[in-house]
Design a protein around this ligand. Structure first.
Ligand code: NOJ
Length: 745
């Protein structure tokens, strides 16, 4: 069913594969059990480590100790140290001073750029643009590889349906299809088209396998519990798509799934991953995830945890040291067969071979090239382009936006006006701190007369500022328009940053209240790493723009939209609910036996809340432009789709406005009757279409049976003949439908 997103893996010729196999087998035959355990041991890089406020295990403290371990073959992999020159020095220890000379694998969390910081992945998902995602991943890979890195712990492909969960910011949002498309694009971008041995390729590591984002109540690390159909229909497809695109490593998840921790789960790590999908790369644990089997109450001690993880199918242990410590004894006692250890070592060494490390252990690691490509002008321009395309215009009453670059007095109010600390967003360890364009700097560069801009903070992100509101009200009353830059700090989303309410912090709501009371028109620029609940004057503002965390060029990208250099084209990859309490919420929820559709909305006993219907305030897929796009009727070329046939479905879209725009036409389906209840709508395709002012274009999609399939109770794709509703429209809550009948075979 996911065939359309699955592309051929980069080609490795069988002759190269055979030669690698021979080389790896010969190595394994000559390795001690300690050296084997060493290849399965991954430590934080203590040589080039940048502290990140995380865990004391990061960096593993002592360079002298790790140097000894490399020499003795007790560590084969290091992560989160970056830099070509030092990389060469460290690699030399492994290659020239260890008995077998096996090169180290250098990994890093290159999530949305290295020195050049691109929009956070959730923001970039709003561009609904696979090629853009590929290009930013490519640029990140070029910077990473030139800095001596071989593997990135990205993309995160966890489908995030609960906005309380903080890590949605690292992925592609709530929809399965969009996650699949962007997983493929990002893997292709990181790994490149020339094969993994290319000096610019980074091994991609889809994570966190699996169902990590389904944490109950949105609390990070929490338990997950779900049906086979939900696991396979919602959470696994992006992983499968990523492997189809050639990803050769995968990271396990922290959570337990139906009672079995993912990091000790043979069903996930062996049955599905290897036996069903034929994955040939290696499985790396998340940070101490195998050690956490003890806290889960699934392993008695470190030895037991290593045994369970290894037998389940984990190949490499991240920072805990448990594999190194216990493998020799586990093999000695027969608790883990030597063949299983050899298999894991073979997977790791074959990946090192695929990366070309046996031919050139210093591959890509070139200080001169590093100076040239890392943070290049070309990459910065791409960051701005990606930023512009990621911005979503939710609302624009009376054409309040775009603002004029001259002749309009603007009060830029809020904690994010002059701020540079929150432009990158979470997960940037090596971003260029000298290149963080604030909104103020972006506005000043775009405006004809800087005297037209007043900048007042008014409030901090989570605390009030003495006199802040009074200063903001004064600035607002002297301006023609207020631009309110409010929302979440970078620290409020990301790992372990779950929230109970997804609202704007109270001091900023008070600021918005006071500023709106001046009666001046208000444009809200929302900074956020998740969908948010909007209320009061924020919800009622004349214009609302979702600006996420757009990376180093943020201020310029926002100014390009605010001042109308470019029409907004982003679409929400997550639904903005009416209320926080609707979480978990995704547009493709089931409609229940008591649907709260329009006809029934006045009734009490339907699926709704006392305070709100269970719809979104701004649904998935929503996003306005500076044009005025209207949709005609959805027109299938035939009323029936033959079992093995295809039908074209078209819609005319017209831009009645006077700005050129880019419209994202979305194809949704609903299976009217199936043997498992189905969502009210499901995205099955989309296309971006340029429309000049006044232009009409016909947009056509070709539908085949596979697009109508769902995952059955047994986990397999299926579909039955019958009626399907089809929408070609601008969001998950917009548009008229047409009906198509799938005939029996
Ligand atoms: C923990 C995070 O869950 C994972 O995404 C990340 O790659 C590792 N730490 C390594 O930093």
């Amino acid at each position: 069913m996911f065939a359309s997103n699955v592309v051929a893996a980069p080609r490795i010729t069988s002759r190269k594969l055979e030669a690698d196999r021979d080389r790896v087998d010969a190595l394994i035959a000559g390795m001690t059990i300690q050296e084997k355990a060493g290849q399965l041991n991954l430590l934080g890089d203590p040589f080039r480590f940048r502290p990140m406020n995380v865990n004391p295990l990061d960096g593993q403290g002592d360079p002298a100790r790790v140097t000894r371990m490399i020499r003795e073959g007790l560590v084969g992999n290091l992560f989160n140290g970056v830099g070509a020159e030092a990389g060469r020095r460290i690699q030399t220890i492994a290659v020239e001073e260890s008995r077998l000379g096996i090169p180290l694998l250098f990994a890093a969390d290159i999530i949305h750029g290295l020195k050049t910081v691109f929009p956070v992945p959730l923001a970039e998902a709003a561009a609904f643009d696979a090629d853009l995602a590929r290009r930013t991943a490519r640029a990140a890979a070029v910077e990473g590889a030139a800095s001596g890195i071989h593997q990135t712990y990205a993309p995160m492909v966890d489908v995030a349906r609960d906005q309380r969960w903080g890590r949605g910011v690292e992925g592609a949002g709530e929809d399965v299809w969009l996650n699949e498309v962007l997983a493929v694009a990002r893997v292709r971008g990181f790994q490149g088209e020339k094969g993994l041995a290319d000096r610019d390729a980074l091994l991609a590591t889809p994570k966190h396998f699996a169902a990590y984002s389904a944490a109950i109540a949105g609390m990070d690390y929490n338990t997950t519990d779900m049906s086979e159909a939900t696991l396979r229909g919602t959470f696994l497809p992006p992983f499968r798509a990523a492997f189809g695109a050639g990803a050769l490593s995968v990271m396990t998840a922290f959570n337990d799934l139906n009672g079995v921790p993912a990091s000790g789960n043979p069903y996930l790590l062996t049955e599905i991953l290897r036996e069903e999908w034929g994955f040939t790369g290696f499985v790396v644990s998340d940070y101490t995830a195998e050690q956490e089997l003890i806290a889960h109450g699934f392993a008695a001690d470190g030895r037991d945890a290593a045994r369970i993880a290894l037998l389940a199918g984990m190949d490499m242990s991240m920072v805990s040291g448990l594999f190194l410590e216990h493998i020799p004894d586990l093999v000695e006692t027969g608790d883990v067969p030597l063949a299983r250890v050899d298999q894991a070592v073979r997977r790791v060494l074959m990946t090192k071979a695929a990366l070309g490390l046996f031919d050139d252990p210093y591959r890509g690691c070139d200080p001169e090239r590093e100076r040239r490509v890392v943070g290049s002008r070309e990459h910065r321009d791409l960051a701005r382009e990606a930023g512009v395309k990621s911005i979503v215009l939710l609302k624009n009453e009376g054409g309040l936006l775009p603002l004029k670059p001259s002749g309009q007095k603007i009060a830029l109010i809020g904690p994010f006006g002059a701020d540079v600390d929150n432009v990158f967003g979470p997960w940037t360890i090596w971003g260029d701190e000298t290149r963080r364009i604030s909104l103020e700097a972006g506005f000043r560069a775009a405006m004809d007369d800087e005297a037209d801009l007043a900048v007042v903070m008014g409030s901090d992100v989570e605390t009030a500022l003495p006199g802040g509101i009074a200063a903001a009200v004064l600035a607002a009353s002297q301006a023609d328009v207020v631009v309110l830059a409010i929302g979440e700090s970078a620290r409020m989303s990301g790992e372990a940053q779950s929230r109970t309410e997804i609202d704007i912090p109270a001091p900023q709501r008070a600021l918005a209240e006071a500023v709106s009371a001046t009666g001046k028109p208000v444009v809200v620029l929302l900074r956020n790493g998740r969908a948010m609940e909007l209320s009061g004057p924020i919800k009622d503002a004349g214009a609302i723009v979702v600006t996420w965390f757009l990376g180093g060029e943020m201020g310029h990208a926002v100014a390009d939209i605010v001042f109308g250099l470019v029409s907004p084209s982003g679409r929400l990859p997550v639904s903005f609910p009416h209320r926080s309490g609707q979480q978990p919420y995704s547009y493709d929820h089931k409609i229940t036996g008591r649907p709260a559709n329009n006809a029934l909305a006045s009734q009490e006993y339907v699926a709704r809340y006392r305070e709100t219907t269970n719809t979104a305030l701004y649904p998935f897929g929503h996003g306005l432009t500076y044009g005025a796009v209207t949709y005609g009727a959805v027109t299938p070329a035939a009323a029936t789709l033959a079992w093995d046939g295809e039908v074209e479905v078209s819609v005319d879209i017209t831009n009645a406005g006077d700005h050129a725009v880019e419209e994202t036409v979305q194809l949704y389906i609903r299976d009217r009757v199936a043997d498992l209840t189905q969502p009210g709508r499901r995205l099955r395709d989309f296309r971006k279409v340029e429309l000049a002012a006044g232009q009409t274009r016909a947009v056509t999609f070709t539908l085949r049976r596979e697009r109508l399939e769902y995952v059955g109770a047994d986990g397999r794709p299926k579909v039955q003949p019958g009626a399907f509703d089809i929408w070609l429209t601008s969001s998950a809550q917009a548009g008229d439908l047409a009906t198509l009948n799938l005939t029996p075979s």
